[in-house]
Write a protein that binds this ligand. Structure first.
Ligand SMILES: Nc1ncnc2c1ncn2[C@@H]1O[C@H](COP(=O)(O)OP(=O)(O)OP(=O)(O)O)[C@@H](O)[C@H]1O
Ligand SMILES: [Mg+2]
Length: 352
């Protein structure tokens, strides 16, 4: 009878393949290395001769030894047939080397052993960790920028409204007093003009202050503030807008209100700046446990892949969504244009 292995792998030089393999290959028996190829040994600065016959504990990071021994015996005892995990060995120079291994229980010389293969993933895992760290730092930065912006806007809005607004009102009153006292038609005309100009300036200051920190949000609520913004947008840019009717069943916290409102504002600014759209559709949906906002334009669409720099506006929007426990999706709309969708749960730890 032909041996099954001979039938499927006739005269393949397995020994050469194992010895030349770019992945590390090892056999463990009785907690000792019964075999290690050159690649396996090199990963921790050794030769196969230095490893073969050595006990696992001579090469494993002491902090990982108990865990590794448990995994080893679970396979030898047959609880697990094979296992893939990251092991921690110690290099001859003292560094801990992370090796992703896949080891399987097999019989070797008639007794249970583990035959495994492994690759050095130290650098990859380090890069992954760095990437995760930088992503967290970027998120923190975006959150700080949002917070600072909001604080500064609120301060400017207050200063403009209270200080400049107060001064302008005094000027207006003084001009009115002058107007009442002068008889000359020429001076009357000048003061009339001055009064109108002062009133215009007061209105402009009020508008700027409102834009900086929309008091409408606190007074008339999110939906009304959004409707107001839509009307201004539509007028200013001559873009048709359509908002689906929405029923407000829940009152959102000030933190949620401001986050959603700022996301909405940035989305509209982006449409005005980049989309080349002629119409925008907006839908707000309040449910018992969550809130959704959808903004779809019919413009040129957005290609997220081709964004070369980190887009600060988009990042800020995502961060605001994250701060209220929500998610933000932006992409091309299947029917053309760009679609933004914000989803925010209404119960989220840390957000009132
Ligand atoms: N509605 C949209 N339609 C088409 N392209 C868009 C749309 N919204 C965003 N973009 C694209 O995404 C890019 C990133 O947007 P983002 O808001 O982050 O930056 P920005 O608007 O260019 O600058 P800012 O940091 O001032 O917001 C834009 O430069 C634009 O190319
Ligand atoms: Mg933008």
């Amino acid at each position: 009878m032909i041996d099954q292995e001979d039938q499927y792998f006739p005269s393949i030089p397995f020994r050469a393949i194992v010895e030349q393999s770019l992945a590390g290959i090892y056999v463990l028996q009785d907690e000792h290395f019964a075999y290690a190829n050159a690649t396996w040994a090199e990963m921790i600065g050794r030769t196969p001769e230095e490893m073969i016959g050595g006990h696992l504990r001579e090469f494993v990071d002491p902090g990982f030894l108990d865990e590794l021994m448990a995994l080893y015996w679970r396979r030898i005892n047959g609880d697990l047939k094979s296992l893939r995990f990251v092991t921690r060995l110690v290099h001859k120079d003292g560094r801990v080397i992370l090796i992703e291994v896949h080891g399987t229980r097999m019989d070797y010389k008639g007794r249970p052993a583990i035959v495994g293969i492994g690759v050095d993933v130290t650098e990859r895992l380090k890069r992954d960790e760095e990437l995760i760290r930088s992503k967290a730092q970027l998120q923190e930065l975006a959150a700080n920028i949002n917070r600072l912006r909001e604080e500064q806007r609120a301060k400017f809005a207050r200063d403009l409204h209270d200080v400049l607004g107060g001064m302008l009102t005094s000027i207006k009153m003084d001009v009115s007093r002058i107007m009442r006292r002068v008889d000359s038609p020429e001076v009357q005309e000048i003061t009339h003009g001055l009064l109108a100009l002062t009133q215009d300036t007061i209105n402009t200051v009020r508008e700027i202050s409102e834009e900086l920190r929309p008091s409408a949000l606190d007074h008339i609520g999110l939906v009304a503030a959004i409707e107001k913004e839509i009307a201004v947008f539509s007028n200013r840019y001559n873009i048709a807008t359509c908002m689906a009717p929405c029923e407000v069943t829940t009152r959102l916290s000030p933190k949620r209100n401001i986050a959603i409102y700022r996301i909405f504002q940035e989305a509209l600014t982006n449409i005005a700046r980049h989309a080349d759209a002629t119409s925008v559709f907006i839908r707000l949906e309040f449910n018992d446990d969550d809130f959704r906002m959808e903004i779809v334009d019919n413009g040129r669409g957005i290609d997220m892949e081709s964004q070369t720099m980190t887009p600060i506006g988009l990042l800020g929007m995502s961060e605001r969504a994250r701060e209220i426990g929500g998610t933000l999706e932006i992409g091309s709309n299947p029917g053309g244009g760009t679609r933004l969708c914000l989803f925010a749960p209404l119960v989220h730890q840390g957000v009132q």
